[in-house]
Ligand binder design. Sequence first.
Ligand code: GLN
Length: 184
Amino acid sequence: MKTVGVLALQGDFEAHRRAIEDEGGRAVEVRSASELDACDGLIVPGGESTTMLKLLEIEQLTEPLRAFAAKKPVFGTCAGAILLAQHVTHPEQSSLQLMDIDVERNAYGRQINSCIAHIDTAEGEVEAVFIRAPKIRRVGPTGRVLATFGKDPVWVMDGRHMVTTFHPELSAGSRVHRRFLQSL
Ligand code: GLN
């Protein structure tokens, strides 16, 4: 059985652990480089991307995570997607640059900064929970869009990595987590 690590520095990592277990996978919380070594893939959860970047530095996990991503799949949701992007705006912020996408933070504005939608995806209809979500403003030539909401890509793969701007871990029977498990 494949082991999925869930980065557990901040944010909603517990829901990801349950979502992976519900899909028949093994999930472990990751707070150190040695815990990362034992994983076949890693989820970077939602939360607050600025805080998560700082905690990665403090825990000396930035370089180990980059080295891990050079060999194994990483899946980022919401703040996790912001961390994986190439370029981040609103405001500008550094990132791990694991995928060729650009994102704008908190891009839905105040009025609809959170909502639940039902969207068509490459894996069928999925409930998508958006919470102060970013928008993916650019997808590079190697990227594959697996779902859109309105005109915006909300589930994108690039090479072995993928992101969603919504929170699939908050919906029952996550097809997104199933797809990630299958990719390991
Ligand atoms: N708005 C957060 C950020 O910019 C992301 C929100 C989330 O992960 N639900 O980091």
